[in-house]
Design a protein around this ligand. Structure first.
Ligand code: FAD
Ligand code: FES
Ligand code: MG
Length: 282
C-alpha cells in the first residue's frame, strides 16, 4: 500500500499527488514511469511518469489528467488514503549527456514528465530552452518549476491567453532555424503534437527524442500491448522506451492503436462519473 501524503489540483482536470515510496524515490531516473493499480483484484493497470521525487523524504510525485475511469478514481483519493500497488521505476531513463543546447518541448500534461528531463539536462551542463504549451492559460502547469531550471522559457497557448498565441511547433521552428540551432530536442505531449514537433525538427535537421504514451498493461514486455513501429521494426514502449528517436517513429500507426478501446473507455468513464457523484444516472 502506498500512502498519499499530499494532493494538489493544478488545473481543471490535472492533479499532483505525492506518495510515500522510498525504494522508488531512491532509484528513479528522469524519463522513467510507474504502473499504478488502485485495486489489486480488479483494478486497471495504468502507466504514469514519475514527475518528481524526494530521496530524503522517500516520496514520489505523479501528475495526471483525469481523463477516464481509473484517473477519475485516482483523482477522488484524498490525503491519507492509499494506492494499492505501484510498480517501478520502469522503462529506460532519458539519455542525458552534455549535448550543448537542448530544446525541451512539452504540451498539456506532457509538461510534467518533461520537468525531470529539464532538471537532468541542466545538471549535465546543457543550456536548456523550454517551450511549453496548452490550450489556454488555466491549463499551463509547472511554469514556476520549469522557470527555475531552464535558461529560457517560451509559453504558448492556442487562444493567446498566456504567452504567444501559437502551437509549440512555431517557437520550435524559430529556434531550430537559427544558425546556432539546438544539438538535441525532446518532445512530450499528445501524439499528434509529438508528430508535428518531429516534422519541424526534421525540416531543420535537429535530432529529437519523444516519450511515447501507448496503451500499456504489464509494463514489463510480456503482453505486447504497447508495441509500436520504430525504424520499420516492432518495439515495446515499456522495455525498449518509453523514449525513442522521433524521426523513426510511425505515429500514425501508434495513434490508430491508441483508439482501439475508445467506446469501452467512454462507457467505463460514464459509469465511473455516476459512481463518484460527478453526474446523474439515467
Ligand atoms: P481511459 O478512458 O481508460 O483512457 C483514456 C485514454 O488514455 C485512452 O483512449 C488511451 O489513449 C489512454 N489509455 C487508456 N488506458 C491506458 C493504459 N492502460 N495505458 C496507457 N494509456 C492508456 N498520463 C498522465 O496524465 N500523466 C502521466 O505522467 C502519464 N505518463 C504516462 C507514461 C507512459 C509511459 C504512458 C504509456 C502513458 C502515460 N500517461 C500519463 C497516460 C495515462 O496512462 C492514461 O491517461 C491513463 O492510462 C488513462 O486511463 P483512464 O482509465 O483514466 O482513461
Ligand atoms: Fe505489455 Fe509493454 S505493456 S509489453
Ligand atoms: Mg481506463
Amino acid at each position: 500500500m502506498y500512502t498519499i501524503i499530499a494532493k494538489k489540483r493544478l488545473s481543471a482536470d490535472v492533479y499532483e499527488i505525492t506518495v510515500e515510496a522510498p525504494l522508488i524515490a531512491s532509484s528513479r531516473k528522469a524519463g522513467q514511469f510507474l504502473i499504478v493499480q488502485l485495486d489489486t483484484e480488479y483494478g486497471e493497470r495504468i502507466p504514469l511518469t514519475i514527475a518528481d521525487a524526494d530521496d530524503k523524504e522517500g516520496t514520489i510525485t505523479i501528475v495526471f489528467q483525469a481523463v477516464g475511469a481509473t484517473t477519475l478514481k485516482l483523482a477522488a483519493l484524498t490525503v491519507g488514503e492509499c494506492i494499492a500497488n505501484i510498480a517501478g521505476p520502469l522503462g529506460n531513463p532519458t539519455r542525458i549527456k552534455r549535448f550543448g543546447h537542448v530544446a525541451c518541448v512539452g504540451g498539456g500534461i506532457g509538461v510534467a514528465p518533461l520537468f525531470p528531463i529539464i532538471q537532468a539536462m541542466k545538471a549535465a551542463g546543457n543550456r536548456v530552452t523550454a517551450i511549453i504549451g496548452a490550450r489556454t492559460k488555466e491549463l499551463i502547469i509547472f511554469e514556476d518549476r520549469i522557470r527555475a531550471y531552464a535558461d529560457d522559457l517560451v509559453i504558448v497557448t492556442d487562444d493567446g491567453s498566456a504567452g504567444k498565441k501559437a502551437l509549440v511547433t512555431e517557437p520550435l521552428k524559430a529556434l531550430c532555424s537559427q544558425a546556432a540551432k539546438p544539438a538535441m530536442s525532446v518532445a512530450i505531449g499528445p501524439p499528434v503534437m509529438m508528430k508535428f514537433c518531429v516534422l519541424t525538427a526534421k525540416e531543420c535537421d535537429v535530432p529529437i527524442m519523444v516519450s511515447l504514451n501507448t496503451i500499456m498493461i504489464d509494463g514489463t514486455g510480456m503482453c505486447g500491448c504497447c508495441r509500436v513501429t520504430v525504424g520499420g521494426q516492432t518495439r515495446f514502449v515499456c522495455v525498449d522506451g518509453p523514449e525513442f528517436d522521433g524521426h523513426k517513429v510511425d505515429f500514425d500507426n501508434m495513434m490508430k492503436r491508441m483508439n482501439t478501446y475508445r467506446e469501452r473507455e467512454e462507457r467505463d468513464k460514464h459509469r465511473c462519473r455516476i459512481e463518484l457523484g460527478l453526474e446523474k444516472g439515467a
